[in-house]
Design a protein around this ligand. Structure first.
Ligand SMILES: Cc1cc2nc3c(=O)[nH]c(=O)nc-3n(C[C@H](O)[C@H](O)[C@H](O)COP(=O)(O)O)c2cc1C
Length: 421
């Protein structure tokens, strides 16, 4: 299996700048600045079929094409490294191992977009990753790979690291821009989309760490090669899958996009841990509806996962064994989302604590027959929230209702978890 993002990784430490450069690091940036126009870098990104790795899977090159070229004033690129979705830790692993791939990717994206000022918005607790980036930015600057007229090309880029305020909503791209501007991190109305009116009212592209870190390989090896690293002809590239829960090897793996769920669990994850049998999993970070054993043949790629009723999301897979009470697991996640609601819109601010209350009452053995209908109603109602936080928060509740309604009914009927002795 070809490693693209983890190619330079050392088992026990961060790769050094010299090691990265002597293994071909920053050669894509050299090639692009010497031999390619910004439009050609953008076209290569489109041709690769790269889709955003931050959750929504939007085609990256297409997003870039929305940025108007003729508006006066600056344009901005923001790398989203807020990563607070429970079960998702891939961007942290990537940056703890190698900050240079992201720095090179951001320089390539900035060149393609005509950006001269870019930001990395990073979760406050990611201390090693932030330290690596601070150090990496200084090294790249000293080597003439950032700053004024990079490699004498005339293209200049200032790259800044910004520590997140520390709330889940700060990862939502418009709330993120508010946070970066120093105002309260509420989401903004869309449209206008950030590509038209973003940071300080200027055209802005927000991309995830993993998305941007793929650009050097696309430019160095060509979009067709990059695309072909996937497991199926419909998928493109590799994906970081970060696994947690009841498997033998809960780690972050770089795998061909489109491997089936079963292949991932039985392969790199080493199967279920001793005494465990698979019951369910969250396939793409905590805001995605559960998958069950029937979903093992589903290719872990954006469209097949959506067709099967969930979302690939961030690629954060949380595996549950037979001993897991799905009501308790769902309540646990709902508590996180209710606490993290920014309070800006009523459906989210009032709806999530209410859903939490219903699940708590069921969990405490005081569930009522009508509770299932109330939960079902709220899966629909919370779609009317202002941003994607609340609909995402209802992902596990939706999965609970679709795949574990019997367990939920039994919980209410017995006044306790049916798995309890
Ligand atoms: C509540 C919420 C939290 C989010 N958190 C993150 C995050 O931590 N990192 C991220 O890349 N995208 C996050 N997103 C998605 C971003 O809004 C945006 O779509 C993404 O950064 C775009 O990058 P991409 O196109 O490269 O995937 C979040 C979205 C929502 C609604």
């Amino acid at each position: 299996m070809e490693q693209i993002l983890f190619k330079h990784n050392r088992p026990d430490r961060t790769v050094t700048f010299d090691e990265f450069c002597s293994a071909g690091g920053f050669s894509a940036l050299r090639t692009a600045l010497a031999d390619m126009s910004p439009a050609e870098v953008q076209q290569a990104t489109i041709d690769s079929g790269l889709r955003g790795r931050g959750g929504a899977g939007f085609p990256t090159g297409k997003k870039w094409s929305f940025v108007p070229r003729d508006l006066p004033g600056p344009r901005y690129l923001i790398c989203n490294c807020d990563e607070m979705e429970p079960g998702t830790y891939k961007d942290r692993v990537l940056l703890e191992k190698n900050p240079y791939l992201l720095i090179e990717g951001m320089a390539l994206a900035s060149y393609a977009l005509g950006v001269e000022h870019a930001f990395i918005f990073i979760r406050r607790g990611y201390e090693l990753a932030a330290e690596n980036l601070r150090h990496g930015i200084a090294q790249a600057q000293q080597a003439g790979l950032l700053g004024n007229s990079i490699l004498n090309s005339g293209f200049s880029l200032k790259l800044e690291l910004h520590l997140s305020a520390g709330r889940y909503i700060c990862g939502e791209e418009t709330a993120l821009m508010n946070a970066l501007e120093g105002i309260r991190a509420n989401p903004r109305a869309k449209p206008p989309f950030p590509a038209i009116k973003g940071l300080w009212g200027q055209p802005t592209v927000v991309n995830n760490v993993e998305t941007l870190a793929n650009l050097p390989a696309i430019i160095s090896n060509g979009p067709a090669w990059w695309k072909a690293q996937a497991a199926t002809s419909e998928a493109a590239g590799t994906k970081l899958f970060c696994i947690s829960g009841h498997v033998r090897v809960p780690e972050c793996f770089e795998l061909p996009l489109g491997m089936t769920l079963g292949e991932i669990i039985d392969g790199p994850c080493g199967g279920m841990r001793a005494g465990s049998t698979f019951k369910a999993c969250i396939p793409g970070g905590a805001s995605t509806p559960y998958f069950t054993q029937e979903h093992w043949p589903v290719p872990m790629d954006f469209d097949p996962v959506a067709k099967a009723g969930s979302r690939l999301g961030t690629g954060g897979i949380i595996v549950f064994d037979q001993s897991t009470c799905m009501v308790a697991a769902t309540l646990n996640l709902t508590r996180f989302y209710a606490r993290e609601s920014c309070g800006w819109c009523t459906p989210c601010r009032e709806g999530l604590p209410f859903v939490q209350h219903i699940l708590e009452r069921i969990e405490a053995g005081q569930g009522k027959t009508g509770d299932i209908d109330i939960l079902r109603e709220h899966v629909k109602l919370l779609n009317y929230a202002f941003c994607a936080l609340a609909p995402g928060a209802m992902g596990p509740v939706d999965g609970l209702l679709r795949h574990f309604e019997y367990e939920l009914q039994e919980h209410i009927r017995l006044g306790r978890c049916p798995l309890a002795a």
